[in-house]
Design a protein around this ligand. Structure first.
Ligand code: FES
Length: 441
């Protein structure tokens, strides 16, 4: 597979991936370095050993799990590359591309219920379970015991999860009103989709999205907001005497924030459709492809896009990919996508055309399916979450982000707002409401 690094960004470190040298740019995610080297197949699924690869580059799937420096199941899309890093495929007999354990998938083409296998005999069942334990799973124990991270404590008035436009606007508004405000975000840069998916902002207003992201972050910081990047919010605890507690997993420590209010600006996550081959490495959403492009890596050379042909952001992404040197085979409506094919990664797509099916060679299939609110923390906080038919949506006021939980607000795309103007107005109203509530608390 030829390398896909664009332009002249010099690589300045070397990773050892299953013993082979892979060049990387120090600090870029390991999964990006692997994609740049043309390595899309990174592991195998837990049970049937089907091929897996990075599908989101955002810590939201499990396709990029590998053993890094002796620690199993690291999300390599979240691990910064560093000189000499040891990266290993886990859960395979052979390699990620040739895994002998994938015979499991051939033996059980209609699936298997391991809970009931060999239950007619205790000894046979025990033997089956011990074999299954060797075959299934996600890696083996770490080389050395891992120390539990020391928690770092913070006491604030408002904690905001998400440093996208909505989160930064609310935080700036709160800090400007004298509230002690901290923002946590799992990314290494602030700005949310402006920083990681430039195609959307360009189609919205023509402004430079990265500059807009920097501007929002600068304004928030100068208002007094504390910004904790590379901190993934993992849990919200109900308020007790010390207020609501948010736990965020940082690069060096666990952050434990006690706050009087929490604002969730967690955005949305990409969906997919049900079709044969939708889990093959080389099938990803538009945001994942945009993230790779932004890191200077061509996501594919022959690309098929499936989604709404009138979606301007998808058109902008297709144009950016073509400009970067990819051959993009148009934007095909959802109804035209029949299947993705390939042994270990996508090599062609079957598309319905003229009453029949044509098979189009490709190495990347971009699937732009309806997205879902990133609802998990809102659900933990007790807000109402409902299935909309295409994804989960959080019940939050479009006016000021209020939910049925008095100490939790949900703003921005997570509350299903789409226009930048509506998000700004909601963020400003949320900040004003929080200042008023906390003044009377
Ligand atoms: S979780 Fe790493 S690519 Fe999805």
């Amino acid at each position: 597979m030829p390398p896909r690094r664009l332009g002249t960004t010099p690589t300045d470190c070397v990773l050892f991936v299953d013993g082979e040298e892979v060049p990387a740019v120090a600090g870029e995610p390991v999964a990006v370095a692997l994609a740049a080297a043309g390595r899309l197949v990174l592991g195998r699924s837990v049970k049937y050993h089907r091929p897996r690869g990075a599908a989101c580059f955002a810590g939201r799937c499990d396709g990029c799990l590998m053993r890094v420096d002796g620690v199993p199941s690291k999300m390599t899309c979240r691990v910064p590359a560093a000189q000499g890093m040891r990266v290993e495929t886990q859960n395979v007999l052979g390699s990620a591309t040739v895994d002998l354990l994938s015979a499991t998938d051939w033996f059980f083409p209609s699936g298997m219920n391991h809970h009931e296998m060999f239950t007619w005999n205790k000894a046979a069942n025990r033997a089956m379970q011990s074999v299954a334990r060797q075959i299934a799973g996600v890696g083996t124990l770490p080389d050395a015991p891992i120390e539990a991270p020391r928690p770092v404590e913070r006491d604030v008035d408002v904690v905001v999860v998400g440093a996208g436009p909505a989160g930064l606007e609310v935080a700036r508004g709160c800090a400007a009103r004298g509230l002690r405000t901290v923002v946590v975000d799992e990314e290494s840069v602030a700005g949310g989709h402006l920083a990681t998916a430039p195609r959307r902002a360009r189609s919205e207003g023509g402004a430079d999205p990265e500059e807009a992201a920097h501007g929002l972050a600068r304004e928030a910081l100068s208002a007094g907001v504390e910004l904790k990047l590379r901190h993934a919010a993992v849990a919200v605890h109900e308020p007790g005497p010390e207020g609501v507690v948010l736990l965020a997993d940082g690069p060096d420590a666990l952050l434990r924030v006690r706050a009087r209010r929490i604002v969730l600006a967690t955005g949305r996550q990409e969906g997919t459709w049900a079709f044969p081959g939708n889990d093959l490495p080389g099938v990803m959403g538009p945001d994942a492809a945009a993230r790779l492009l932004q890191h200077g890596v061509l996501p594919g050379r022959r690309i098929v896009v499936s989604g709404d042909p009138d979606d301007t952001s998808l058109q902008a992404l297709s144009a950016a990919l073509a400009e970067a040197g990819a051959a993009v085979d148009g934007i095909h409506p959802r109804t035209a996508l029949v299947a993705a094919r390939g042994r270990t990664q996508v090599t062609r797509c079957d598309l319905a055309r003229d009453g029949g099916t044509v098979s189009v060679p490709c190495d990347l299939l971009i699937v732009a399916a309806p997205s879902s609110a990133a609802y998990e923390l809102a659900a933990q906080a007790g807000a109402d979450v409902a299935w909309s038919g295409t994804g989960f949506e959080i019940d939050a006021s479009p006016a000021d982000g209020a939910t049925k939980v008095p100490w939790t607000r949900v703003v921005g795309a997570a509350s299903a707002l789409t226009s930048a103007a509506a998000v700004r107005a909601q963020a400003e109203a949320a900040a004003a409401a929080l200042a008023s509530e906390l003044a009377h608390d």
